[in-house]
Design a protein around this ligand. Structure first.
Ligand code: HEC
Ligand code: HEC
Length: 485
């Protein structure tokens, strides 16, 4: 059990109550519900996954070994770990298999592909980044014609070079893909198509559709992570792409606030599957691409109906912690949503925003960057550098790279150059996409490098980075809201 507050009988009751909810009545039968509403416990409650195809088909190619090393897509996109992997799950697999499970493969599971892995203790050392932060090693070299060169490498695992930098990154969830505008942390699976497709407003910078990208990505993942010798058939690619594109995951039950679809709450994956999305919806810079309405900072509205609990204070009855949740806990979620939408943040020194718009300070909110309605990613590709891979945040387990600008001689030290390794552009160093925020409670640790162990650490990061001045109550409210996504 992930959470000590959840005693077994209470959980049984919760699941029963959730299944009996009228909101699920549009699925055919109870059995259909069970096959479709796949639930998992996390440290903030329970999440659920729903597939618009009518069931979560465990016979899909997504769950099959298609390569040569025993891995499937679900090896790193595990349904019960938010469709990514968590340290808890990785550690359990390691202990059970003595580090022999297909997740533990040298090519991208180990800190270095040359590590010794003949004994359990050697494997424990070789796979330490995977065990501690559920990070994979993504290997990408400095591209030809880059505006910079790699002049120094400090890799604790002795492998990285300009040919292949070792980048320790979290697998992104393979769910809620409907809302993606770019694929991968650095957008490398997002295809530029000059002049046609999905274009940035008023420019000829255009991209292929995300479903095209996902089909290509499924193939690359099989060739890379699963070390397949042959490409996937068009049929296999399509099967995987259709499966993952129909998949929605969201928190359905909060330990404190109870069922997230009662009292007018609109959490959970079924509601999410109906959430509208298109490329450029509610764009922060140009306004909505279709309606031409200007950017609306009120991005999240799931818990509007809970505003009536805003000032509910914790009563003695609340202390009894029943699975129905308390009004004060629902109030915290509603206050957190309001903070996410409207707490002023003075955004400065963010590459991809302040430089592109030529504004040294932008008066924004969390939603300036997390602008897609009720999803929280960015609705156009907009990789940003909020400082996660800065030298100042480097921990001894991470490599540190020194890059030098060919023209100016300027240097930057970073643990991951991000988008710059794709474009070769100096201005792109340290830039990553903001991921979809739904179901974020299911997948600690956070940020591309897993450097924030929990949601409190995420909120603390923003409070320090932008000097927001959040009170302890505001921090707790923001966490309560994020945990209900
Ligand atoms: C060995 C682990 C591993 C396996 C196996 C794996 N992935 Fe991934 N996946 C990752 C990592 C790590 C990332 C993020 C990498 C990055 O952004 O640099 C990722 C990213 C993704 C994304 C991007 C999501 C987004 O928000 O951009 C999708 C989609 C995805 N994987 C689907 C798949 C599919 C489909 C398969 C099977 C064909 C698969 N993955 C197999 C580790 C894995
Ligand atoms: C200036 C843009 C910007 C602002 C403002 C911003 N974010 Fe982010 N957010 C990002 C980017 C970019 C990432 C991914 C960064 C990375 O991993 O390198 C991110 C990542 C996150 C994540 C981690 C998701 C995951 O799966 O790891 C959470 C949670 C989050 N933001 C919440 C918030 C909250 C809450 C606020 C307001 C207090 C906020 N963000 C304000 C751009 C922003």
């Amino acid at each position: 059990m992930h959470n000590k507050n959840f005693v077994k009988p209470a959980l049984g009751l919760v699941l029963f109550a959730v299944l009996a909810m009228p909101a699920f009545a549009d699925s055919n039968s109870n059995q259909g519900n069970l096959r479709n509403m796949l639930k998992s416990v996390n440290s903030h409650g329970i999440d659920a996954s729903f597939n618009t195809a009518g069931a979560i088909d465990l016979d899909n190619a997504f769950f099959k070994s298609l390569g040569s090393n025993g891995r499937t897509c679900s090896t790193c996109h595990e349904p019960s770990e938010g469709w990514t992997i968590t340290p808890k799950g990785v550690q359990a697999r390691f202990e059970k298999s003595q580090g022999q499970h297909p997740l533990f493969r040298l090519n991208d599971g180990a800190n270095s592909p040359n590590a010794s892995v003949s004994t359990v203790e050697e494997r424990r050392t070789a796979y330490s980044m995977l065990l501690r932060k559920a990070n994979l090693r993504v290997g990408i070299g400095v591209p030809a014609g880059a505006e910079f060169k790699l002049i120094e490498v400090d890799d604790p695992y002795g492998h990285a070079s300009a040919t292949e930098l070792s980048l320790f990154r979290r697998p992104l969830p393979s769910t809620n893909l409907k809302f993606l505008s770019s694929v991968m942390w650095d957008g490398r699976e997002t295809t530029l198509m000059p002049g046609s497709g999905y274009c940035i407003f008023g420019t000829s910078t255009c991209y292929a559709s995300v479903s095209f990208d996902l089909a290509t990505q499924a193939n690359n993942a099989t060739r890379g992570h699963a070390e397949a010798l042959e490409t996937l058939t068009a049929e296999q690619r399509n099967e995987i792409m259709t499966f993952e594109s129909g998949l929605f995951t969201a928190q359905i039950h909060s330990t404190e606030a109870g069922n997230l679809i009662t009292h007018g709450g609109r959490g959970g994956p079924m509601q999410l599957s109906k959430q509208g999305y298109y490329f450029g919806i509610n764009d922060t810079v140009a306004g909505d691409y279709r309606t031409r309405a200007s950017f609306n900072p009120k991005v999240m509205s799931l818990y509007d109906a809970w505003n009536r609990f805003n000032s509910a204070v914790s009563s003695q009855a609340d202390e009894l912690e029943n699975s129905a949740g308390s009004d004060s806990a629902r109030g915290a979620v509603a206050r957190g949503q309001a903070l996410f939408n409207s707490k002023p943040i003075r955004i400065s020194n963010v590459k991809g925003l302040n430089d592109e718009l030529n504004m040294s300070t932008i008066a924004g909110t969390c939603t300036t960057c997390h602008n897609t309605p009720n999803s929280g990613n960015h609705s156009v590709p907009m990789a940003l550098d909020i400082g996660i891979s800065d030298e100042a945040r480097r921990t001894p387990d991470m490599p540190l790279y020194t890059l030098q600008n060919n023209m100016t001689g300027e240097t930057i030290k970073t643990t991951d150059p991000g988008r710059a390794l794709i474009t070769g552009k100096w201005k792109d160093v340290g830039r990553f996409k903001g991921p979809v925020l739904r179901s974020v409670a299911s997948r600690p640790p956070y940020f591309h490098d897993g450097s924030a162990p929990d949601l409190n650490a995420v909120v603390d990061f923003y409070n320090d980075r932008f000097g927001i001045g959040l009170t302890e109550l505001e921090k707790a409210d923001l966490v309560a809201f994020l945990a209900a996504l």
